[in-house]
Design a protein around this ligand. Structure first.
Ligand code: GCV
Length: 829
């Protein structure tokens, strides 16, 4: 078996096809599918059925090297038969689905029709037939058995959508995979090939709606001349059963409509929305609806007129209702000018405080879109209590596929394990078991609709998201929206097989890396529920512990010299805990029963507080950060073990990302640990924090031209300082003498790679140049610090005592060839 797997040539690939590669199967697997029919018969014709048939032909051709014959009438031979249940029943009245099939569900079955063995893919809807085709091809790609199939799959919830935060100018807010696939320079792109490819990817995991523009919406999207452009996107989505939606600005009636108000209770305003929506449906008959972000982060909203979110949502919902459209009103409404001095203030309370009193006041085609946690996509948050606080209102959970606070696709962070914890969490609303997945799907309180929304933010980059392994998050979101009962392990395994083939070593290794990655990321970033501890005022990328405090954004962790954490209890804190139903509130109200991983979200404790694990909070912070950085380095080794089993290009691209991540995990480790050491005054019991015996600080080297500067914040540079080569100098030197025993060494140069320049570096041992590189990455940083700090690793260096090690820096633009330190390790370390 193994030999056969390796016999399959490895293909150079761009990543475009993601998990839909349909790479040639090995001989053993091909044999398994040899007896599959040679023809395909599609009953009925529609763009979706056309796509389904085309996909089947494409998949079988790719994997089996066979081109299926297209039939149009009842089978004259063994065939794949595609069609809705209604069409199938017309063709052969004996064929009946097993039980009631919900919209978009499908049935795969092997039966004899007119004496011929047929593999039937059917559903109540065309879209379900398409999903069935993808499911069958996925089974083949994973080498699963398809003989004697009789399988029904039903989606868990009707709403399975993605949102894109694309701006009309072609940029993407919190997008890390290139520019928009939809927009450029203020208009819809002329070439929408990638948009169609995206819809195909989405359909393959059952996603049926996509809102294409930023929730910080530009009103121009509703202008008359924009609508035909939107219709072009809807056209490329349609064959894949993906319905188009857009984010809108509630002030549009005033901003582009010429009215002097956007008051939702003004008859002129409701009239405007009705006409606008009618106009949209004339051009896009299957238009799905609107997303609304209002009264949030500077966006205008109904509060301008003293109206409620229900007033704003309903006026738009009523315009959409006759056409079957939905309004997704985001619960991400909060005051970002909160007074941080008031210990009772708490941003986490906002969504529940605002929306719970409105339960039952929203029309039936309104869905409240709720982020999974009460703050904002942090590495660890409790679930939003609002999921249990709406019982007569539709809701959807908003998950973030794009890794805004979670490493921005430069760090590996596979999210299904985190999402699963949220979805499986039992809120005990109404005194009975109500896991979040049931609440959002509308099952707990018998709502007409509900489901899952993922903020994806794919871009034009060939690998869509900016890291080849990050695509597992898009895949995983779709799979969980279809079936939240799948395990993370199953999802990782499926995705890896479809993306990299079925070599057991590859599948085992990549799945294990993915499954470990979220906790690794959590280990070296924000501990114990304190938030990600990133720079929340800027990039949301590197470490920025201090940035959360003393401002109105409300992402406070309240760390001071004595202790850390937000007291959110009812007894002494902000009262947030009281928003949960009693069994959950009881657990979080007490220090004893709050799980360690959320301790600092709910309680303020001294650094010496002892966790359930037996460690003090401060020692846990130190230990988890050292462990996380080491685990990140471990990912590099795991990946390297696959060198001969993977396509060279993908191997190299992922390796570079993982090496960068391992270096940046050390930046995180040191910044967080040193900040807490300074704040708490309590040393690391293991003596690591603040002691770096292998490190030579750049500011302590012999400098020619280079001058020291303070890194801000100080903990994001080793020793708080770096060196820069300022104009008019075009070249500077930093050197030191190596003073350890002769041997083989590894040398890490920590430099700062800003986006506003491409400095060059050369490294010499004595007179011999041993390395050179250009700081040309596109990190989100215009100054030296935690966002830009980057490691260059030079391995296999023979060093002798007295050797001079010298770095030459050549500044470029505003990037002054900045250096932080050099760290030298004996090879075995
Ligand atoms: C689209 C966070 C992000 C913003 C985003 C906002 C939201 O605050 O940083 O970029 O805006 O969430 O979800 O509306």
């Amino acid at each position: 078996m193994m030999g056969a797997v390796h016999a399959v040539p490895l293909h150079a690939e761009t990543g475009d096809d993601a998990w839909l590669r349909y790479a040639p199967l090995d001989a053993v697997a091909r044999k398994k599918y040899e007896s599959l029919p040679a023809s395909v018969l599609t009953l009925g014709d529609s763009p979706v059925l056309g796509a389904a048939q085309g996909e089947l032909i494409r998949g079988v051709r790719g994997m089996m090297g066979r081109t299926l014959r297209e039939g149009k009438s009842l089978p004259q031979e063994n065939a794949f038969v595609l069609g809705t249940l209604a069409e199938l029943h017309k063709a052969d009245p004996a064929l009946r689905a097993p039980g009631d099939l919900r919209e978009d569900s499908f049935w795969l079955t092997t039966v004899r029709v007119h004496g011929f063995a047929c593999l039937i893919i059917t559903s109540p809807t065309d879209r379900g037939v398409l999903y069935g085709v993808f499911a069958l091809l996925a089974k083949m790609a994973r080498n699963e058995t398809v003989a004697s199939l009789n399988e029904v799959q039903q989606p868990f919830a009707p709403i399975r959508w993605v949102n894109q935060w694309d701006n009309l100018n072609g940029s993407i807010e919190r997008g890390y995979g290139g520019r928009s696939i939809f927009f450029d320079a203020g208009s819809v792109r002329s070439d929408l090939t990638r948009a169609g490819d995206y819809a195909r990817l989405l359909a393959s995991v059952g996603i049926n709606g996509c809102a294409i523009n930023n929730v910080n919406a530009d009103s121009r999207i509703l202008k008359d001349d924009f609508l035909p452009q939107l219709a072009r996107i809807a056209d490329v989505f349609r064959p894949w059963g993906v319905r188009l939606a857009i984010a809108i600005d509630v002030s549009s009636p005033k901003v582009i409509g010429g009215l002097d108000t956007f008051d939702p209770l003004d008859p002129g305003v409701s009239d405007w929305w009705r006409k606008k929506v009618d106009e949209i449906y004339q051009q896009i008959p299957d238009f799905a609806g609107f997303i609304v972000k209002a009264d949030s982060e500077g966006r205008l909203g109904p509060s301008t007129y003293g109206r409620t979110p229900a007033d704003a949502a309903n006026v738009i919902a009523r315009a959409l209702k006759p056409h079957g459209g939905l309004v997704f009103y985001r619960a991400f409404v909060y005051n970002h000018h909160l007074d941080w001095r008031n210990p009772k203030n708490d941003r986490a309370r906002a969504a529940y405080d605002i929306f719970h009193p409105l339960d039952g006041k929203f029309d039936d085609n309104v869905v409240i879109q709720i982020k999974y946690g009460p703050i904002d996509f942090q590495v660890r948050e409790p679930v939003s209590p609002l999921f249990g606080g709406l019982r007569s209102t539709n809701e959807a959970i908003e998950l973030q596929i794009t890794q805004e606070y979670l490493g921005q696709q430069r760090h590996l962070c596979f999210l299904p394990p985190m999402w699963k914890e949220t979805l499986d969490f039992d809120l005990h609303a109404a005194g009975r078991s109500t896991p979040v997945k049931d609440l959002v799907a509308g099952k707990s309180f018998h709502r007409p609709t509900g489901g899952f929304v993922g903020v994806a933010n794919v871009g034009l980059d060939a690998d869509w998201l900016g890291h080849p392994l990050a695509l597992a998050n898009l895949y995983g979101f779709g799979r969980l929206a279809w079936n939240p009962n799948l395990s993370s392990g199953t999802i990782a395994n499926e995705w890896t097989r479809m993306t990299f083939g079925n070599n057991p070593t590859v599948v085992r290794t990549i799945s294990a890396m993915q499954l470990a990655s979220w906790r690794i990321y959590e280990n070296y970033t924000g501990p114990l529920g304190a938030g990600t501890l990133t720079n929340i005022l800027g990039s949301h990328y590197g470490p920025g512990v201090e940035s959360s405090e003393r401002n109105g954004w409300g992402q406070w962790h309240r760390a001071d010299h004595q202790g850390i954490g937000m007291d959110r209890t009812v007894a002494t804190g902000t009262g947030y805990v009281g928003q949960y139903p009693a069994p959950v509130a009881g657990k979080y109200e007490s220090l004893k029963s709050t799980p360690d991983e959320l301790l600092l979200f709910f309680h303020h404790v001294p650094y010496t507080y002892v966790l359930h694990s037996g460690k003090t909070v401060i020692q846990y912070i130190y230990d988890s950060h050292y462990e996380g950085a080491q685990q990140a380095q471990g990912l590099v080794g795991q990946w390297e073990s696959l060198k001969n089993d993977l396509d060279d290009e993908v191997y190299a691209a992922v390796l570079a990302r993982l090496q960068y991540q391992a270096g940046h995990a050390i930046v995180w480790r040191d910044a967080v640990c040193n900040w807490f050491l300074r704040m708490s005054g309590i040393p690391d019991a293991k003596g690591r924090v603040g002691h770096y015996p292998n490190r030579i600080e750049a500011e302590g080297m012999q400098l020619q031209g280079y001058a020291p500067f303070d890194v801000i914040p100080q903990e994001t540079g080793s020793g708080g300082k770096g060196i820069e080569c300022a104009p008019p100098l075009q070249h500077c030197d930093a050197s030191f003498r190596f003073d350890r025993a002769a041997g083989w060494y590894e040398l890490d140069v920590e430099y700062f790679d800003q986006i506003n320049g491409e400095s060059k570096f050369r490294l010499f041992v004595g007179n011999q140049q041993v390395d050179e590189w250009v700081a040309d990455d596109h990190l989100p940083a215009i100054k030296p610090g935690g966002d830009s700090s980057t490691r260059r690793r030079i391995t296999g260096l023979a060093l002798r005592p007295g050797d001079e090690i010298r770095i030459e820096g050549f500044p470029d633009g505003k990037e002054l060839a900045p250096l932080d330190y050099v760290e030298v390790f004996a090879r075995s370390q």
